[in-house]
Design a protein around this ligand. Structure first.
Ligand code: MN
Length: 319
């Protein structure tokens, strides 16, 4: 299906329903939060009532986004059969929400691991962020791109492209950024919120992670334990971005950060690649997902065996 016909089908659905549940993945990132907020405002303008539900809280750095108070944090989408729009997920389980089964589902995603699990699916692997797809919907619907929509979408694009550095960044990304800035997104203000508003606990945790780091030829890895988190006063959210420092090392082709999950004995992995290794495929083989150059999955402990399993995959990928 062409993007144009996908968008036309989406707009049909938006115009023929007056209420929607809108959600994205558990542990939401900038694209998840920015895109749900922007799409909710698009739906407002189309005359729809939208209930935004996320399974996990909005990270601190996105808490000043316009409209953020509309987001309800809940374990369930609730009762009833209102259709649900799911952003950035390859299956309904990824939302972390109960109560989505049996509803009419609309799936908008840009992951390599994207799957057509809904009755209406638009998956565009070439989009730099789901925010780019939301923008295309807004333009096609001829709605007004308000400063708040522009701010949410710009934040999503900025974070999902790694500050305009990932391979998904191209001329269209900058055309989009230009258009959003023209419509009221402030690049400096958004950068201040996203990059210069970290809690001290995050930087302390980063110190621990960097001192644990092992760099062996083209592969770098590090970890933090639950005890490290406790000691630094950090939480799961503070672990975001640690892996970027590892993939930032010259000569490193792939990197992984392992975070011990409380009580389960499992580890959450963030995996990055400069392009030679397809880390989406590796994450998928472990039940996770993501993009060719940025992905994640969960592995059973102990640490030594989780590390061995992921490293052997990364090394095989480099052969
Ligand atoms: Mn995304």
């Amino acid at each position: 299906m062409t993007p144009e016909s996908s968008i036309a089908q989406l707009l049909d659905a938006f115009r023929s329903n007056s209420r929607f549940i809108l959600t994205s993945h558990a542990r939401p990132d900038g694209d998840a939060v920015g895109s749900v907020l922007a799409l909710a405002e698009v739906l407002d303008q189309l005359g729809c009532e939208t209930d935004i539900v996320l399974a996990d809280p909005v990270p601190l750095i996105y808490r000043n986004l316009p409209g953020v108070d509309r987001i309800r944090i809940a374990a369930s989408a609730g009762e009833g059969d209102i259709p649900a729009i799911i952003l950035e997920c390859d299956c309904i389980e990824r939302t972390g929400l109960k109560g989505l089964e049996g509803r009419r589902l609309i799936n908008i995603d840009h992951h390599a691991s994207g799957r057509e699990f809904a009755s209406l699916n638009w998956i565009d692997e070439n989009a730099c962020a789901v925010a780019e797809m939301v923008h295309r919907i807004a333009v096609a619907a001829q709605i007004k791109i308000t400063p708040s929509i522009a701010t949410c979408l710009y934040t999503a694009v900025l974070s999902d492209t790694g500050s305009f550095t990932y391979s998904s960044t191209n001329a269209e990304t900058f055309a989009l950024a230009h258009s959003l800035a023209m419509n009221g997104a402030s690049p400096s203000q958004i950068a201040r919120e996203v990059y210069f508003s970290n809690p001290a606990s995050k930087i302390r945790l980063l110190g621990v992670a960097l001192s644990n780091m092992i760099c062996d030829g083209p592969v770098a890895w590090t970890w933090v334990t639950s005890a490290d988190l406790k000691q630094t006063g950090a939480d799961a959210e503070d672990c975001e971005g640690v892996v970027s420092y590892l993939i930032g090392i010259a000569g490193v082709e792939s990197a992984v950060f392992l975070r011990e999950l409380d009580s389960t004995g499992q580890f959450r992995l963030s995996i990055r690649s400069k392009g030679k290794v397809d880390v989406a495929q590796i994450a998928e083989s472990f039940g996770g997902g993501g993009h060719r150059s940025a992905s994640g999955c969960t592995l059973d402990g102990p640490l030594a065996s989780a590390t061995e399993r992921i490293l052997s995959q990364l090394r095989t990928g480099l052969c």
